[in-house]
Design a protein around this ligand. Sequence first.
Ligand code: ADP
Ligand code: MG
Ligand code: MG
Length: 925
Amino acid sequence: MKKYVYFFGNGRAEGRAEMKGLLGGKGANLAEMTNIKLPVPAGFTISTEVCTYYYASKRTYPRTLRNEVKTALRKVESAMGTKFGDPKNPLLVSVRSGARASMPGMMDTILNLGLSDRVAAGLVKKTGNPRFVYDSYRRFVQMYGDVVLGLKPVHKDEIDPFEVIIEEKKKSRGVHLDTDLTAEDMLDLVVRFKAAIKEKTGHSFPEDPLEQLWGAVGAVFGSWNNDRAIAYRKMYDIPESWGTAVNIQSMVFGNMGEDSGTGVAFTRDAATGENLFYGEYLMNAQGEDVVAGTRTPLPISHLAEQNPKIYGQLDKIRKTLEKHYRDMMDIEFTIQQGKLYMLQCRVGKRTAFAAIKIAVDMVAEKLISDKEALSRIEPDQLNQLLRPVFDLKEKEGAIKEGRLLAKGLNAGPGAASGRVVFNAPDAEEWKRRGEAVILTRIETSPEDIKGMDAAEGILTARGGMTSHAALVARQMGKVCVAGCSALEIDYTTHTMRANGKVINEGDWISIDGTTGEVLQGKVATKASEVLQVLIDRTLDPKQAPIYQEYAKVMVWADKYRRLKIRTNADQPDQATNAIAFGAEGIGLCRTEHMFFGEGKIGPMREMILADTEEDRKRALAKLLPLQRADFEGIFEAMNGRPVTIRTIDPPLHEFVPHEEPAQRQLAAQMGISYEKVRQRVEGLHEFNPMLGFRGCRLGIIFPEITEMQSRAIFEAAANVKSRGIKVEPEVMIPLVGNIKELAHQEKIVRRVASEVMAEKKVKFNYLVGTMIEIPRGALTADEIATVAEFFSFGTNDLTQTTLGVSRDDAGRFLIPYVEKEIYPKDPFEVLDRVGVGSLMKIAIEKGRTVRPTLKVGICGEHGGDPSSVEFCHQINQNYVSCSPFRVPIARLAAARAALSDTAAPSKAAKSVKAKTKKRRGGKRS
Ligand code: ADP
Ligand code: MG
Ligand code: MG
């Protein structure tokens, strides 16, 4: 016979903490606490299998359930020395729902079940405390009437019908608090409640305790499919098939007088993680009174003074629980006439700060291992540690004053305040004047890079989490709110409208990239402690406890990860930041961003608009020393770490001016007619630039560009090496789909390398490799690897080309696609393992058959996404590369991937690692 009911009481339980699937979280932990001899009132749990049965069988129960419940009830009676329904000595119970995961959308708990007119009268005789009895009774009738019999507000602005009756009563009695009502008042409320239930629902309140019990059990199972619960399950991916359990537990009473009470607590501070007992309680109260807000509860520290004996017991339980569960716990307790009872415990929810502090502290306390500590910190939580922060009180104040303008996507976490500017040049100029600015654009483009760099934060009206603005902001570590569609931006008048307000250029706004909020005016911010130590270097690490915890977690992560972590950086300062965050190399240096730098865009445009090879070479000659200086800066900053530099990639039209005044200016500069400039720009127009004249195609049609870039890279390498700094350049050819493309470019690169070594009389090592970002490149990886010494997956383009989805045009359908679960997550944020991932696996497999030492990495945005990092680990890549501020996240994600990897690293990966090491140890470094 199948077992459906699990008893707990008298120090022994049939369940255990591990049985959450069957007993729900609440039931399993009530059993566990009973087993470790904590004072838990006796009770029993009806398993989730009954819920499954109930829905599979037209809302009926298994035949054997009634008998099992009866038997369990007898056991509770004998454990408590009371009898269900017996007026002389009644057992009262609570009926509590409890799914595997905590679900606030579920049924409310019913307390004091078993009371009726007869039983109440008997209990008054037994306790001599009519106030307590009728307080319990009126609470019970109210909860039962609401939850089981369905007397609740019909419209959302209607007041709870029971509260209406209570308010009337208090008014007529001239009192303010429930606690000021007398026993007679409470009894009168019971009578009125019952009448209201009968009148409004047609149901009579059941006087028979068993009928009450089964009514409540049915309501719990029914609540599994109420709208709130369904909505909650959707939001948190809880399967409907799990079902809920029902817990029936003997009541203990916190409302028996001033020696009784009830409370909730965390075994440590859930906000800061401090090892302090943290919680609240109320005397002479029951159930939800503490959190209901009708009376102000007292801090748990106060209990130490008010009742040192109970506090001592509670503090001991706190330690017992932490030792047993080896985690921070969230507990509920009740004190009945000076005796303590435990009613619930579960692993407590916590902020990122608390998660890290608790994990680090618990390792020091030898409660958990460093591996477990890593498993308890979500990589993305590290973000909270790195971002400058708004003073929370100030922000709340601003919102109260009605200064919230709009809400967009939280694309670059952190807080920033500044004056609004509407274009990049203004941002730069204002910044030079010493102003803090928020660059506010409809959307951004590579042209805006310098302005974005100058801004405190970036705000856009269009674009998603992987839009240009979001991507660059994360790389720069800038605060960014993207896709804030409520903003009406007018570039011509330099104004924007939002929430009925007009914001002019120069007005102060504040953006919260952690929440997506945009606020009018200034809100005070401060740099996070970790940044003060690592980046600003204004804080001594010894004075920075949060930094020290962060550093410990990073040491553990580095101990267990197998993946190397690199960064995407185009400038020496980005590289320096990335190293401070633990980057071991640059995985992607985009040369095109350099062309927007000081004095570079002019010659670049001349090069693009040149008519003849001659002219083009003349322009390139101007660019050479500028690029070389950039590379020298980067090599110096990286100090011997590998640097992957990608040759020019974007379509040329992105570099030329599209408005008349700028075109006229350029014409004057070049000494040609405006008309000619206009025509040339028009000539660069493409219908589908993403698949157009870009990537290695540029270097193949204009080999002199690749030649100049190679020369800049290698001359910089030679110069830096001559200064005694090691260099490890890796030249990466983008958008290769055909071995001949790569071979063509490789030849130029290698020729220039030899020339430079001969000219400068300096020898240096370098690699030539390619990005795999076109399906044909992945599918012919065995050919490509005959030339390429490394692959780097450009998963932004590889996702676009594999899915046939243009990222910049995907906004309209991709979000609905994710909502309809066509793709489980946005494939530009979380790597599509099934499709794109298959191509990656094929490429690695094929590539390593011809070149076992092939180094493989990823440099798309996915390199900083924990789930994608895990996948890169699983397919035996050598490294991931991500924006500087995501380096710590990637380190932790890589460690967690290694720890959850039950399969030993494959032979292929091991042999590559061994060989790479050997080679490194030899001549390469
Ligand atoms: P939730 O899941 O919403 O926290 P609970 O089932 O934990 O609901 O119950 C709500 C409140 O009722 C809690 O404060 C809890 O401590 C209290 N409570 C539940 N069962 C009992 C009981 N047997 N005796 C006393 N208080 C109880
Ligand atoms: Mg609870
Ligand atoms: Mg690309």
